[in-house]
Design a protein around this ligand. Structure first.
Ligand SMILES: Cc1cc2nc3c(=O)[nH]c(=O)nc-3n(C[C@H](O)[C@H](O)[C@H](O)COP(=O)(O)OP(=O)(O)OC[C@H]3O[C@@H](n4cnc5c(N)ncnc54)[C@H](O)[C@@H]3O)c2cc1C
Length: 464
């Protein structure tokens, strides 16, 4: 048995106090904070890094996935306001739907701070959530640690937006983790951006490769978009294979690779790789460290490859490497309702819906097998919905969860995890938390349908 120490007990000061406390200032957390403050609640948001946005900023995940519903409705009014501002700053482009695609992650972090400040949200950066103080099913405070030491943040209602369900798990909530068949989490990635690219030269290079290979799949010269995966032959697959044979790339480099342009940056590209298929446990610090170290090596190798094999990269350089490892899935909290794979496939509807989506089930690194749930039972409305109850943590009076770690099965999470849906869950949790705190109610007693009506009254779009 390994050696153990006992931590001495100590009295902790209260550093902050508010109606609504949010752990994790990421994709869902920032929206939750703005929405809760908009309802008149005082809000504190605790974030380990020095900017808001989480995966969408520190993780450099910068294209919004579409919902695969006609007109791509934004179930979050705050998201629409965020993108109106990004567009006005030249950091995103309208696409004719209520949710644009790509955005600049640095400007996103500026916009989220602006909006939180304007809403009166107290942002506490460089602070790690550590533990919970609770009395039965009621959370009284969260313990944080930062340069000022260890302290308690008191609140009336708490929202877990940590992505990994840190708050809920520390509070003792039930949870699931990973693919039930393998026990492993989804593959993880370390994203990066490259600057100094001559996009016109790259575009003509991609066209040449299409002409040469006869494969147009996975390359769009006009957008400087390209992708390569292990599943099939893409335009650039022969180039990757040549580099692997020459020892300039390794086999893993071609299993998942994707590049995009970034709105507002005329010489930059964003990359959704390298991807890691082992050491993928987001709650294991050795795995996260492994990804940062091996990821940086892979990024350097990939830049060298672009310079040697592709046109347009002669003066290119690595501009940013994500400080937040790209975690697709880790833990999911046991909530009043668990969204199932079957709900997604059969397009289940809920009276207390707070999001609608039809984004495909996107499990990296393995093939999907739907033996159990087989047939898509579509009722003519080709989307499924997320119940407000999937945000209400089971066994607690004043704990909600939002983002990728809400109450959902592994397969369902692989669809709902995209950013537009995470923002909608954050917004619903924010509105509900404010109502619960200001009216002395338990989170489970908030009417999800009324929350949605409020979101719609403020500008959220729902089909029907
Ligand atoms: C590689 C990759 C590619 C993706 N591609 C796309 C895409 O193209 N389009 C799309 O729409 N979606 C994409 N996604 C999915 C999407 O980005 C995420 O699922 C979503 O952003 C998660 O939002 P979240 O709010 O749950 O978590 P996050 O945005 O990750 O936020 C969690 C926040 O909590 C903070 N935090 C965590 N623990 C603590 C703690 N103990 N104390 C203090 N702070 C803490 C973190 O620093 C972070 O800011 C991708 C995801 C990955 C990983």
């Amino acid at each position: 048995m390994s050696k153990k120490y006992t931590e001495p007990t100590r009295e902790l000061p209260v550093s902050y106090s508010a109606d609504v406390i949010i752990v994790g200032g990421g994709t869902a957390g920032a929206v939750a904070a703005i929405a809760a403050a908009g309802e008149g609640a005082s809000v504190v948001i605790i974030e380990q890094f020095g900017s808001l946005g989480g995966s969408s900023t520190n993780g450099l995940v910068c294209p919004n996935m579409g919902l695969h519903i006609k007109n791509n409705p934004s179930c979050s009014y705050v998201a629409k306001q965020i993108f109106d501002r990004l567009i006005s700053y030249g950091a995103s482009k309208p696409n004719g739907t209520s949710m644009p695609g790509a955005f600049d992650p640095v400007v996103m972090s500026i916009v989220l701070e602006e909006m939180c400040e304007e809403a009166g949200v107290k942002i506490v950066y460089h602070t790690y959530f550590c533990d919970v103080i609770k009395n039965g099913g009621k959370i009284e405070g969260v313990i944080i640690e930062n340069k000022a030491g260890r302290s308690v943040v008191e609140g009336k209602v708490f929202i877990d937006c940590s992505g990994d369900a840190d708050l809920s798990v520390r509070a003792g909530a039930g949870y699931t983790k990973g693919n039930p068949e393998t026990g492993k989490n989804q593959p993880i990635s370390l994203r990066y951006t490259v600057g100094g690219v001559n996009l016109a030269d790259l575009s003509s290079y991609l066209q040449e490769q299409i002409d040469k290979s006869g494969i147009s799949y996975g390359a769009s010269p006009s957008e400087c978009y390209a992708a390569v995966t292990g599943l099939m032959k893409y335009t650039l697959t022969p180039v990757f294979e040549e580099a692997i044979a020459a020892g300039d790339l390794v086999e893993d480099d071609k299993l998942y690779w994707q590049m995009f342009t970034l709105p507002g940056r005329r010489d930059a590209l964003a990359f959704n790789n390298p991807e890691f298929f082992d050491f993928v446990d987001a709650t294991n610090p050795d795995h996260l460290s492994h990804t940062q170290v091996k990821g940086k090596k892979a990024i350097h190798r990939q830049l060298t490859f672009y310079k040697k094999y592709m046109r347009g990269f002669e003066n290119a350089y690595i501009a940013e490497i994500a400080s937040l490892v790209g975690i697709r899935e880790s833990r999911n909290v046991e909530c009043e309702y668990t969204l199932t794979a079957k709900d997604c496939v059969t397009k289940k509807k809920f009276d207390d819906k707070i999001a609608q989506t039809n984004y495909p089930i996107d499990i990296h690194g393995r093939k999907l097998d739907f033996k159990a749930d087989g047939v898509t039972a579509d009722d003519g409305r080709p989307y499924y919905e997320i119940s407000f109850r999937s945000l209400v943590v089971k066994g607690f009076d004043n704990l909600l969860v939002a983002g990728r770690c809400i109450g959902a099965e592994f397969v369902a999470q692989a669809s709902l995890r995209i950013m537009p849906t995470c923002r909608a869950t954050g917004e619903a949790a924010g509105v509900a938390a404010a109502w619960a705190a200001l009216n002395g109610k338990a989170a489970r007693d908030i009417d999800g349908a009324k929350v949605r009506e409020r979101m719609i009254s403020l500008g959220a779009d729902y089909v029907d």
